[in-house]
Design a protein around this ligand. Sequence first.
Ligand code: PLP
Length: 283
Amino acid sequence: LIAYLNGAFAPLATLQVPVLDRGFLFGDGVYEVIPVYSRRPFRLLEHIRRLGRSLAAARIDDPHNEAQWLDLVHKLVAQQPFEDQSVYLQVTRGPAYPRNHVFPNVAQPTVFAYADPLLPPAPALVQQGVSAVSADDIRWLRCNVKATSLLANVLLRQMAADAGVTETVLFRDGLLIEGSASNIFVVKEGQLLAPPPSHLMLTGITYDLVLELAATHRIAYQQRAITAAEVRAADELWLSSSSKELLAITELDDLKIGNGQPGPLYRAMYQHYLDFKRDVMRA
Ligand code: PLP
């Protein structure tokens, strides 16, 4: 597999970064995951712009302009043996000696990119929905930054894996935030509800697309604070991410959501999502 590191493409297995890279020592970096269908990156500009915002928040100088990022991704995608891909982009503050929390005077960011094969969610998951557990959000207060320091997300996601379910739904002070690696939507009485973007959550590219599709198809939605009680009493609960697309959560902590089946609004929105994807890929 061909990957990219600091200006050059080479086989993934041959790439190495210095052990003093601040990404390794501090998780001092940011990243993006971009889905690619039939070799066409999906919502690429949105992902590159979010990467720019993450870099700015982390105070890492953006090593590339927008055109260079697009070019890098397209060149990487062209060299993969598979059509559907999940492109991973990472920028760290780079290597520095000696180890010191303070930014180095001269930093050369490390830019890494590679692609995995992208597998869409299994049809059974779309048909039957998935289960989730809930947990208090133990993360920091800058979750809008897509940072590589993911220890809290890792621990929270492992809670789901240990329970044999798909996702951990996070609450802070009794309010719905997001999943450990996804955004969460609620449907109540035909209305779509989404937590409002804030520093407490990552505004997903898929989150934005779902709301854009809601507007296009005249599905009423509201971005507002959602309580844990509202989540438990929801008619439908969804999760969204670039890799999981849109899935219905039909069980939360052993409690059935709605009638325990993916609901009608989920089915409609998932179809809008597939149609949108197909149209973009054809264009
Ligand atoms: N929230 C978190 C914490 C995530 O890690 C992700 C992505 O993996 C998302 C939300 C969904 O973002 P996107 O739709 O851009 O993939």
